[in-house]
Ligand binder design. Structure first.
Ligand SMILES: O=P(O)(O)OC[C@H]1O[C@@H](O)[C@H](O)[C@@H](O)[C@@H]1O
Length: 279
């Protein structure tokens, strides 16, 4: 991935990351379409609960820099940014609730932390579902194992949202998958043997986890997704879906997700899965 720094209209430096090949090569960056990649934020709905924009409107809007992230202390860490999205008159027409959605993004050498917060700034209770949709880059999805979801209940979106219980060992992939696992452990391990690394997803107040890969047929049908790109990606979402969050006026909900890389994989025999998942 290459990067460059440009100054925006306010004289603030912006870092632009570009990937000349892969899914971002065909991804649309034109508003109001979400970018197919990165980490879209789904709010106020995950999937489609009856409001017009699937996965919510937050991923289709331009956020602003948040200069007052209270009550989180201001971050003095230069590798972090506070962003905010507020309800607009246009959005109030389809989702009639005033809110402030904040996101702190903190970058460490081998860890990315996201702290999303939603505050009810209106005068009535509201409820919402939420997801951090992580498009993860994989060497080869058919060689990936996901641990931490064994024996859990899940909704299978490919089976009209029917509820099943995961039977197997770790999750492996040989076809399209679109599921939401319920009440998962705080840690999920995504093991990439070929890259000899394990991605560890740790989450708080985000009890559910989506797992999505469109596989070959659906990939071809998606206009902003390369035909072969399904092979090198997996979406794992940290989510609140089964039991929506309810906020009274002035209440705030806070979640947290950490994505870190453990640089050897299980196949090296140096890593104990119990340490990754429970350590
Ligand atoms: O095309 P979209 O709206 O970005 O959604 C992509 C996928 O996102 C996943 O999170 C959903 O579980 C899938 O059902 C969906 O197809």
């Amino acid at each position: 991935m290459s990067w460059s720094v440009v100054n925006d209209g306010d004289g603030l430096p912006r870092i632009i990351l570009t990937e000349p090949a892969g899914s971002s090569a065909v991804a649309s960056t034109k508003s109001p379409k979400p970018i197919r990649g990165g980490i879209p934020i789904c709010f106020p709905q995950f999937d489609n609960l009856g409001y017009p924009e699937r996965h919510g409107f937050a991923r289709n809007r331009l956020w602003e820099l948040d200069t007052c992230p209270s009550p989180l202390p201001r971050s003095n860490n230069h590798s972090s940014v506070d962003l905010i999205l507020k309800s607009t008159d246009e959005d109030l027409k389809t989702w009639p609730h005033s809110f402030e959605l904040r996101l702190r993004v903190i970058l460490h050498p081998s860890k990315l932390t996201l702290i999303p917060r939603v505050r009810n700034t209106g005068s009535k209770d509201f409820s919402f579902t939420f997801a951090i949709q992580n498009y993860l880059s994989m060497s080869d999805v058919s060689e990936i194992r996901v641990e931490g979801l064994e024996m859990l209940d899940y909704f299978d979106i490919l089976e009209n949202g029917e509820r099943f219980t995961e039977q197997g060992d770790a999750l492996t992939f040989d076809g399209e998958v679109d599921r939401v696992y319920l009440r998962t452990p705080a840690k999920i391990a995504i093991i990439d043997h070929e890259k000899k690394r394990t991605l560890v997803l740790r989450k708080e107040c985000l009890p559910d986890a989506g797992v999505w890969n469109p596989w070959n047929k659906k990939a071809k049908a998606l206009p902003d997704f390369g035909d072969e790109d399904y092979k090198a990606m997996l979406c794992i979402n940290s989510a609140v879906t089964e039991t929506p969050v309810v906020l009274k006026p002035l209440e705030e909900w806070r979640g947290c997700q950490e994505l870190s890389i453990v640089s050897s994989s299980y196949c090296s025999g140096q890593l104990d899965p119990r340490i990754v998942l429970h350590g």
